[in-house]
Write a protein that binds this ligand. Structure first.
Ligand code: CAO
Length: 430
């Protein structure tokens, strides 16, 4: 419905017989300027994915859906303040659905608030460059068609357009990089397909959408990133004594102070001292983009799969605030209420398996970041102080980094500096 301010609700158009169609991508955020036909969201039925484009140019006032919502024809998904409202009463062109069959989706003719849905083919191979769990590919139908024709995986392509939108040149550059060998080879030895039921009873359970998508991201990182993992231990005896002494204050503040908040703080500080770990390789991997902000993500284990929310400007926040944000974001992650913004912009990731156990593991870099810190379980160990063995609280740390961006001395120095910070947290205020 158009309001006196020319704000218009955008609704899901006629999507045939599909019902309760899932929202799988949000292409815009409130405040964004959109052009005619810019995709607003992508929805996915059993048969196909469809973009819901903007019927007119304007400013997005409100987005009324989140990833995972189920929508039906007529549901309001967004409100746009139109520059000059133009009815969108055309019919979407027929294009192939993901099953390879031609399908025509008609736009609901009027009112002007309604927009046509255009079927597009869902990405089908690895997704190395999207942060885990974001589910965002921002590209128009023509670009998607070009990518399909050239066999290019849109999720593997970094967009150079506004708000990271993938344009035709990005697709061509990606294909060129693949052809010239600056991108990983597409042909890998196949894993044999085996009928395990021949050997005993089996049961196949589906992966959640998040697990499947996260798996693609991990697979992409595994292929692209030249991983090195370096292990070390931080003596956190004093830190632990200090943390425990704050337990009552934590209760009063309603904030649980776990070792992770200190690790996040120390990492953020350390990233300022080691800017090459606070960076991403450029698209052709011949330059490093140093970031002048220090947003640090942390892995959260949820029932649906792994999610990596991001704490903005972690270097400028105190440990109490970091602890509060860790708790808030992990709760939102587990309730599937994170917003796309919460999942974007990370420079570095911390993955803590501390509550689970383990003395070290090899975390996979969350590309296009170049570093990730794995945190193991605290243990009391006898440590030689030059005269005798003393019981010390020791925290195992594992730093994985992209060897194309970071050399061993840098990685090692980062770890030494990090263990020093955690060993004497007074240094965090120096
Ligand atoms: N050693 C020992 N104990 C630890 C610890 C460590 N390194 N880290 C946390 N703990 C303790 C906490 O102090 C807390 O103890 P109490 O219950 O006695 O107070 C308990 O373990 C549970 O902590 P938590 O998990 O609730 O909080 P957190 O801040 O440590 O972590 C979060 C939050 C969201 C990161 C965590 O819950 C989580 O999901 N971790 C899994 C991440 C993951 O899956 N990583 C692997 C990804 S693959 O690379």
């Amino acid at each position: 419905m158009a309001s006196p301010e020319h704000e218009t609700d955008i609704v899901i158009p006629d999507i045939g017989e599909a019902e309760d169609v899932e929202v799988i991508e949000l292409c815009v955020a409130p405040g964004d300027t959109v052009e005619v036909d810019d995709p607003l969201i992508v929805i996915e039925s059993d048969k196909a994915s469809m973009e819901v484009p903007s019927p007119f140019a304007g400013t997005l006032r409100d987005l009324k859906v989140v990833i995972g919502d189920e929508v039906n024809a007529g549901d309001v998904i967004a409100t746009i303040a139109a520059d000059a409202p133009t009815p969108a009463g055309d019919t979407a062109e027929p294009v192939e659905d993901s099953a390879g069959q031609a399908e025509e989706v008609e736009a609901t003719p009027t009112p002007a608030a309604e927009s046509p849905a255009r079927p597009v083919t869902a990405p089908d191979v690895a997704a190395p460059h999207t942060p885990t769990g974001t589910g965002r590919v921002y590209a128009g139908p023509a670009v998607r068609r070009l990518a399909r024709e050239l066999g290019a995986d849109l999720e593997a392509i970094q967009g150079s357009g506004p708000r990271g939108r993938i344009v035709k040149d990005d697709v061509k550059a990606f294909v060129k990089a693949t052809m010239t060998g600056t991108a990983p080879a597409a042909s890998l030895p196949a894993v044999p397909v085996i009928d395990f039921a021949r050997f005993g009873p089996v049961e196949e359970v589906p992966l959640t959408r998040l697990q499947a998508r996260g798996g693609k991201n991990l697979y992409g990182s595994w292929l692209y990133v030249v991983h090195v993992t370096q292990h070390d231990e931080a003596d956190v005896t004093e830190l632990e004594a200090f943390r425990k002494s704050l337990a009552r204050e934590g209760e009063e503040r309603g904030v649980k102070l776990t070792p992770l908040a200190f690790v996040m703080k120390a990492c953020a500080e350390n990233l300022r001292a080691f800017p090459r770990l606070n960076a991403s390789l450029n698209a052709s991997a011949d330059g490093l983009i140093l970031k002048r902000y220090h947003h640090v993500g942390f892995a959260v284990d949820t029932e649906e799969g792994l999610v990596v929310p991001v704490i903005r400007d972690a270097d400028r926040k105190g440990v109490w605030q970091l602890a509060a944000e860790i708790a808030e974001l992990s709760t939102l992650a587990r309730e599937r209420r994170l917003k796309p913004d919460d999942l974007q912009g990370g420079c570095f990731t911390v993955s803590s398996l501390g509550r689970v156990g383990g003395t070290g593991f090899t975390p996979i870099v969350n590309a296009p970041e170049v570093g990730i810190l794995g945190v193991g379980r605290l243990a009391t160990k006898p440590v030689w102080d030059g005269l005798e063995f003393r019981p010390r609280a020791v925290l195992p740390l594992s730093l994985s980094y992209d060897h194309r961006a970071i050399n061993g001395v840098e990685g090692g120095s980062f770890m030494v500096a990090l263990t020093r910070l955690l060993g004497d947290i007074r240094r965090l205020v120096m």
